[in-house]
Design a protein. Sequence first.
Length: 59
Amino acid sequence: MDYVSALVPPVVMAVFFIGVIRVIVKTQGGANKAKEDAAVDAVLARADGARQASAGPDA
């Protein structure tokens, strides 16, 4: 029975890991994908603009 108690924790962890991966995959894309992409594009554009502004006109 020692082998059963040795195998239970890795099996439970594997089941939870598979569940987490499934949730991540299922939540990718969908109806909110365009909104999320627009938010990321806005953040990147703001960061790029701030970087160019801090470089100054002589750069």
